[in-house]
Ligand binder design. Structure first.
Ligand code: ADP
Ligand code: MG
Length: 344
């Protein structure tokens, strides 16, 4: 797909001019978008600014043999949108830097930006700048996202207390299952034997994940969560971050993990336990958060009124307790980290 020799080579200045035209957005909050040395935006006083950045490297975070460039762009934006969601903030302005190998052509970059733009439009975010370079090998994509919250309202990884309940939004393991379906199909050149609706669901959860921005804003504004994180690397690893930052331990009930019918069907077909996908699978971009017991009735009431799917999966314990899981055989054991880790 993207591995041809460039027939329309990429030129930096025409590319930037094109981006400037394509992303020209009139908004009272943007005083200068693409086209100057830096972008200038105005933010209401009394707001906190939330900033996050993510770097994606071809061969590490994505494989252009299984994922189209539009999806790479979309997913890159989503990774950042999800970080802002996990802070309980509104995503506002995005900057994107690319380093492009000469195996890609101008049309490929257009596809990449089509995905980025779709993600931005879905979340009301403005693309206001970036940087462009050549790359000796592989595509690099770095996104910086700025969000805002009302002063005093943000969700941190710290703040969880002994006795707080652990909740997650949505279902877990779908993105990993979708990735495995795509990878197997590429290797065997045969379509998966899953029911088409299940296959479509899982592949879509991988290629078009949803950042839980509405849920994060709700938890933050209503003061419902004591801590939160987004599930980008996988529950078994991301739970650890909340515990470390909060100086706590946790006990989770593996049987309670929310698993979609499609993910169950996939696990059954593969002869594996779906909870291993739910614990290890990254890139679901669901939120993991903690709630004080006194707030749980109102959490549940408000979630159902708003149509948000949330599931209680465990409870915060002391730091000495460590991080343990009650598995499906009812035995309680320390929870191993099976999620994604760099440099391993
Ligand atoms: P500088 O030399 O100051 O880095 P550039 O020529 O790289 O300036 O950038 C000019 C303008 O184009 C800036 O507004 C910058 O944010 C924007 N820009 C450059 N590359 C990209 C890109 N890949 N995506 C979006 N905007 C870009
Ligand atoms: Mg530059």
């Amino acid at each position: 797909m993207a591995r041809r020799k460039a027939s329309t080579p990429i030129q930096e200045f025409p590319l930037i001019r094109q981006l400037q035209r394509r992303f020209e957005r009139k908004s009272p909050s943007i005083l200068q978008g693409i086209g100057d040395d830096a972008a200038v935006v105005s933010i209401l006083s009394g707001n906190w600014v939330v900033l996050t950045t993510d770097l994606l490297a071809e061969g590490i975070h994505f494989d252009l043999r299984t994922v189209a460039l539009a999806s790479v762009g979309y997913r890159a934006a989503m990774a950042n949108l999800s970080d802002v969601a996990a802070m309980g903030a509104t995503p506002r302005f995005l900057l994107v830097s690319i380093a492009v190998p000469n195996t890609l052509q101008a049309a490929d970059i257009t596809r990449l930006y089509r995905g980025l733009r779709k993600a931005c439009e879905n979340y009301g975010v403005h693309l206001i700048g970036g940087d462009t370079s050549a790359s000796q090998q592989g595509l690099f994509l770095s996104i910086t996202l700025l969000g805002t919250t009302t002063e005093g309202h943000a969700l941190f990884r710290h703040g969880a207390k002994v006795g707080d309940s652990l909740y997650v939004t949505g279902t877990l393991g779908d993105s990993l299952a979708g990735l495995q379906v795509l990878t197997k199909e590429r290797k065997t050149a045969r379509q998966s034997r899953l029911r088409p609706a299940h296959r479509r669901f899982l592949v879509n959860r991988h290629l078009h994940p949803t950042a839980r921005v509405q849920e994060g804003l709700w938890l933050s504004r209503a003061g419902l969560a004591t801590s939160a994180i987004d599930l980008s690397d996988g529950l078994s690893g991301d739970l650890r971050h909340i515990c470390e930052q909060s100086h706590m331990g946790a006990l989770i009930e593996v049987a309670q993990l929310p698993i979609s019918p499609a993910c169950r069907a996939y696990a059954e077909e593969q002869g594996i336990d779906p909870t291993t996908l739910a614990l290890a699978g990254g890139e679901d971009y669901e939120l993991l958060f903690t709630v004080a017991p006194s707030k749980e009735p109102s959490l549940k009431r408000q979630a159902s009124a708003r149509g948000f799917q949330i599931t209680k999966i465990g409870v915060i314990r002391s730091r000495l307790f460590g991080i343990q899981a009650v598995s499906t055989d009812r035995a309680t054991r320390p929870l191993p980290v099976t999620s994604y880790q760099h440099f391993q």
